[in-house]
Write a new protein. Sequence first.
Length: 460
Amino acid sequence: MTSTLAGGRAARRQTMRRIRPRRSPAVPLLTAVWGGAAGVVWLWWMNTPSVDGTAGRVLNAGRITGLLAGYLMALVVLQMARVPALERRVGSDRVARWHAMTGRYTLCLVLAHVFLTMWGYALLGGKSLGDIVAQTVESVGQLPDMGKAAIGTGLLVVVGLVSIGPVRRRMPYDTWYHVHLLTYAAVFLTFWHQITTGNDFAVEPAARTFWYGLYGAVTALVIWYRILTPIRLNLRHRMRVEAVIEETPGIVSVLIGGKRLHRMGAEAGQFFRWRFLAPGMRFSSHPYSLSAAPRPDLLRITVKAIGDHSAGLRELTPGTRVWAEGPYGALTASRRSRGKVLLVAGGVGITPMRALFETLPGAAGDITLLYRANSTQDLALWGELAKIADERGARLMYAVNSPDGERPDISAESLRRKIADIDRHDVFMCGPPGFAQSVYEALRDAGVPARRIHHESFEM
């Protein structure tokens, strides 16, 4: 049995909208971040009349790395706050990459700060580099809030270790996710010693006020968007599982009902983080894309069983309460800048592409969907896609392995043969990382500018 979900009047109205591309605010945001880092260095410069001797140089290097680490810690938490302006305009996957990169820089700066500061203290006390461990133990025991900072630093190291690629890939998603939440505790514990032992904040009240304001604003955003906003959304819409339907072997659709779902502001191409309040799933929250245009009374996700959580969805029963956070993601019609669009889906990446295929504005012949799967039996939602293509005058193509297992050719040459004017298209992609990378390279070779290739990975 398969599900068939028509988008209704709202989806049809969407196809008639004008194309209004919206620029990403990524460049202004990154400029502001670098400006803040320059401001931190300026704070050190203004409060440092001179640097004398080896101990002075080492201690001041420790001050600079400490100030920059404190600044980046606030950004790390901001990037975890799920602020809509970031999640929906910049893109969740891009924000996640920023978070990972900022986290790596922060951890390196924290470790450098600890090492340089303790070394500088040792030099001031007439000790050598070999006495740095003893100096650290002494400082933790004597200086205010250093014990909290030591614990916070340890937590940051743990989070950094489990976020290393090979370690994370071997770790269950839920375990990694909950360990990652220790970042909040680490930042809280390390904050206080910045104020009580930081020379720059002791001599400059304005700097101290700014630091409190920075961390206070970030804390307020986390509380609002990570706690209060989801509570408000779920109390208002009261979502429950309506049905679970097998689309193809290993792929199921979950129909989710609720009140006034059209007021959630979700768009085709976006995703939510879903928590199903069923035994064994209450403490697991995973991102799944909408696989159909949102309706006032119904949402749908389509998921491939690749882990314990996704495999457990087939066991959900109607009436199961659903807790959702979102909508997130920038893979929406607002990214489009051209009249013609190519949608490329790999495997279960068809889910956001199916919703966009139904709703992207365009006349007959403007929209093309290329669906890559291992076999025709794996073409989930194919009946719906064919119906949408017929109703809209859109073009629908698939690429599957040959009977002997040979992969289809998706190269620049084959793309140009199938779509002669592909270089004048916007392209939306969703699929496994390796597939997305190979298609991206083929599209670039076919003449599609990078700014018109839109891809969002939800492996976060």
